[in-house]
Design a binder for this molecule. Structure first.
Ligand code: BGN
Length: 320
C-alpha cells in the first residue's frame, strides 16, 4: 500500500466502513434536534380549553394545567413495562375518566387504531390510563379495531372513530398509534389552537423529527378542524402515506402544524414488525392533490360497525 495513504486508512475495507458508519452515527447523535415549537412560556395560552358538554356541572374548583406542563419527570425507555401489568384502576368507566378533585377545562377523545397487536394493547391501555389520570383532563379512550383480513386502512378507521367521538361531543381528538408511549409527564394531552403533532421526538428515530410535515404517530386536532379538513382520505390501503396526505389537507385549509418543545414530546416505540407497505402510496397522494372529488370522513364506507363498552376502553369493531 502506498506510503502516501495515511496510516489510519491503511486498514481492511470493513474496518474503514465501520469507522465511517460510527462517525455518521456520532454526527447524527449530536445533530440539532431542531424543529420549530411553541416556547414553554406560551404553551398555556395556546391550549384549546373546551369540555364535553355532556359532563355535568360540578361545584369544584377549576383544574389547573400549568402544574402539568411544568412537570419534569420523564420515564426512561428502559423502565417501560414490557408486559401487561395487573392495573385495574378505579374511576374508569368505558375507558373514560374524570378528575376527582377539580372541574376539568379540557376533554379529549383518544382514538387508537388497532389490529392484531394484543401484546401492545395490553401495555398501552394501562400505561395511558396511568399517564393521563395525572393530567387533570377529562378523557375517553376509543380503540378502533379493523376486524377483517382486508388491507389495513388507518384513514378509514380514524374517520369512523372520529364520527363516534364527535357524536359523543368530544371537542378534541387525539389520534394515537398503539405502539407509542409518551415519556414526559409534561406532555399534556390537549388540543392547541392549531393541529398539534405530539410525537415529535421518538426513540426509534433517535429523538429526531424525521421531517417537518410529519403528522403520523400522535396528532391532536380539534373536532371542528377534523370536520373542516374532512378527516383522512379513505384511499390508502396498507402502510404509509395516509398521514402525509392528512398533512397536505391540513395545510391546504390554511391550518398549521404546531409542536411543543422536544423535552415535552418524547415517546418510546414498542417493537413490532413492519406492516405491508402500500406501493401505491405516492401515486394516491399525487392523485389526491390534483383531485377535487370528495373523499374523507363524510364519504367513508364500511360493511359493519360494532361498539362495545369495555371497562378500560370503548371498542369500535369495524369490518371494512
Ligand atoms: C414516511 C411515510 C409516512 C410515515 C413516516 C414515518 C410515505 C410517503 C407517502 C407519499 N410516508 O415515509 O406514512 O408515517 O414515514 O414512519 O411513505
Amino acid at each position: 500500500m502506498s506510503k502516501w495513504i495515511p496510516k489510519v486508512l491503511r486498514r481492511r475495507p470493513t474496518t474503514v466502513g465501520c469507522v465511517v458508519l460510527g462517525l455518521i452515527a456520532l454526527v447524527q447523535l449530536f445533530a440539532a434536534h431542531g424543529y420549530n415549537y411553541i416556547p414553554l412560556e406560551d404553551v398555556e395560552r395556546a391550549l384549546l380549553f373546551a369540555v364535553n358538554p355532556k359532563i355535568g356541572k360540578e361545584n369544584k374548583p377549576p383544574c389547573v394545567y400549568g402544574s402539568v406542563i411544568n412537570k419534569t419527570k420523564t420515564v426512561d425507555s428502559t423502565d417501560l413495562p414490557k408486559k401487561f401489568n395487573e392495573f385495574m384502576p378505579n374511576g374508569i368507566v368505558s375507558g373514560s375518566y374524570m378528575p376527582e378533585n377539580c372541574r376539568p377545562l379540557i376533554s379529549v377523545a383518544l382514538l387508537v387504531t388497532y389490529r392484531n397487536r394484543q401484546n401492545q394493547l395490553d401495555v398501552f391501555v394501562p400505561y395511558m390510563h396511568n399517564f393521563l389520570r395525572k393530567q387533570n383532563i377529562h378523557y375517553k379512550i376509543y380503540v378502533i379495531e379493523q376486524e377483517d383480513d382486508k388491507p389495513w386502512n388507518k384513514g378509514k378507521l380514524y374517520n369512523i372513530g372520529a364520527k363516534y367521538a364527535i357524536a359523543d361531543k368530544f371537542p378534541c381528538l387525539i389520534l394515537h398509534d398503539v405502539d407509542l408511549l409518551p415519556l414526559d409527564e409534561s406532555n399534556l394531552y390537549a388540543c392547541l389552537g392549531q393541529p398539534r403533532h405530539m410525537s415529535a421526538s421518538i426513540d426509534k428515530f433517535r429523538f429526531v423529527l424525521p421531517y417537518d410535515t410529519l403528522v403520523g404517530g400522535v396528532l391532536a386536532i380539534s373536532s371542528d378542524q377534523y370536520v373542516q379538513i374532512n378527516g383522512f382520505s379513505n384511499r390508502f390501503n396498507g402502510w404509509g402515506g395516509e398521514d402525509d396526505d392528512l398533512a397536505a389537507r391540513i395545510l391546504k385549509h390554511n391550518l398549521l402544524i404546531w409542536r411543543l418543545p422536544p423535552h415535552m414530546s418524547r415517546y418510546s416505540m414498542l417493537p413490532h414488525k413492519q406492516e405491508a407497505i402500500n406501493a401505491d402510496r405516492h401515486k394516491i397522494m399525487q392523485e389526491n392533490l390534483e383531485s377535487s372529488a370528495r373523499d374523507g370522513m363524510d364519504t367513508v364506507r364500511y360493511e359493519s360497525v360494532n361498539v362495545k363498552d369495555q371497562r378500560l376502553y370503548t371498542l369500535i369493531g369495524v369490518k371494512l
